[in-house]
Design a protein around this ligand. Structure first.
Ligand SMILES: *Cc1c(COP(=O)(O)O)cnc(C)c1O
Length: 425
């Protein structure tokens, strides 16, 4: 079993004789042992097994190992949300007094986490423009820099990250590259294949795919050599007094990063995904390889339609010939298409964009993005509502920008809805 389509359907759960064919929901906080000694061995790490769902649960582990296989990583953990995944991924290597770098075109929630909340923890983030030169970007590195973060395809800006270039820049300075791969999913892009070390997801989006369960995931490639930078990553390379005095790199080798995130962060902060949600996520994953090409095919059809419409001012979709990121998308994404999300603006600005959105019938206005149903959001009126037009442009969100998440309905029906709404503008 090695092809990605097969892993989507059968990865993570291989039942033994007489066991359920479908991954069961282990709806149990706790696990039973015959003797006190049996459980003591678990706590001493002499034996491996489950004891409490905050740390590990068989349903979650099966789904995590499926996602690890899809991304080509060695280990993965599920978290309660994408926010928790990105926080844990960075906080697993950074502590008070440390610094890290992030590209500036990232999801608003992540941007706030990095610039406001992590700052309160004493961790400083420098934001860089991903379209700047290497020279410009390298100025952001400091002796206490611990990682570099970016999004494969930025939400909502749609900018595409040159994964190999950024992984190389990070490695040149002895730090791992962490990439949020929520929008392409491993079906369209596997960042580890381009040298990225750690991959995160908001599984809430395409992976679940049906807008039913909030969740997140962290996948480790196992490729970053923490020991080569022993003094920089002491949290991984030196004994952890809160965990039996173990040094994660020595005790767990390539599993060091995820083991530390589980044993320390999940133990203490507890943002576990519920097994119910992991079950729903797994159902979504079973059809991910069928849904992603359809999302992309529909998005490309809509992008072409919008591009040619006289009332549309502009369209951004990296899969569209002539787009700023078209060549990079051809190199980096299967079939050259990044995801099913595109952005565009209506001639006449903010007011006309709102009028257009209010005229849509099948395509709904929702905060969510990247599920089976087509939907739109107007960041200037919704997520970025507090900003003035000048501030919006600074934030890379044009006042007329509509984020359009193209679903897997029939493309003709989607375009018919766009047409009738454009007619009303
Ligand atoms: C939605 C999203 C997140 C946050 O995930 P939640 O599951 O909503 O916490 C992080 N990154 C990206 C790219 C997202 O789209």
């Amino acid at each position: 079993m090695s092809k990605i389509e097969t892993l989507c359907v059968q990865g993570g759960w291989q039942p033994k004789n007489g066991e359920p064919r479908v991954l069961p929901i282990y709806q149990s906080t706790t696990f039973k042992y015959e003797s006190s000694n049996d459980m003591a061995d678990l706590f001493d790490l002499k034996a491996s097994g489950y004891f409490y769902t905050r740390l590990q649960n068989p349903t979650n582990d099966a789904v995590a190992s499926k996602i690890a296989a899809l991304e080509g990583g060695v280990a993965a953990m599920l978290t309660s949300s994408g926010q928790a995944a990105n926080f844990y991924a960075v906080f697993n290597i950074c502590e008070a007094g440390d610094h890290f770098i992030s590209t500036s075109a990232i999801y608003g929630g992540t941007s706030n986490l990095f610039s406001v909340t992590m700052k309160k923890l004493g961790i400083e983030c420098t934001f860089v423009d991903q379209d700047a030169s290497d020279e410009e970007i390298e100025k952001a590195f400091r002796p206490n820099t611990k990682c570099f973060f970016g999004e494969t395809v930025a939400n909502p800006a749609g900018k595409v990250l040159d994964l190999k270039r950024f992984a190389d820049l990070a490695h040149k300075h002895g730090v791992p590259m962490i990439v949020d791969n929520t929008f392409p999913t491993p079906i369209l892009c596997r960042p580890i294949d381009f040298g990225v070390d750690i991959v995160t997801h908001s599984t809430t989006k395409y992976m679940d795919g049906h807008a039913t369960a909030v969740g997140g995931c962290i996948v480790d490639s196992g490729n970053f050599d923490w020991e080569a930078q022993h003094d920089k990553f002491k949290g991984l390379t030196e004994p952890d007094p809160s965990y039996h005095g173990l040094a994660y790199t020595k005790a767990f080798g390539k599993g060091a990063f995820i083991t530390k995130a589980t044993a320390q962060l999940m133990r203490d902060l507890g943002s576990i995904q519920s097994p119910q949600n992991a079950f729903l996520l797994n159902l979504g994953l079973e059809t991910l390889h069928l849904r992603m090409p359809r999302h992309c095919e529909n998005a490309l059809a809509c992008a072409k339609f919008l591009k040619n419409h006289p009332k549309v001012a502009w369209v951004n979709y990296a899969g569209l010939e002539g787009d700023k990121y078209y060549e990079l998308a051809q190199k980096q994404f299967k079939g050259g298409l990044p995801c099913g999300v595109l952005t565009f603006g209506i001639k006449g600005g903010r007011e006309k964009s709102i009028q257009f959105m209010d005229s849509l019938k099948m395509i709904c206005i929702v905060t969510h993005v990247a599920d089976a149903r087509s939907c739109v959001l107007h960041p200037a009126s919704h997520t970025h509502r507090q900003l003035s037009d000048e501030q919006l442009i600074e934030a890379g969100v044009a006042p007329d920008l509509i984020r359009f998440s193209v679903g897997i309905e029939n493309a003709e029906d989607i375009i018919a809805d766009l047409t009738q709404a454009l007619d009303k503008v």
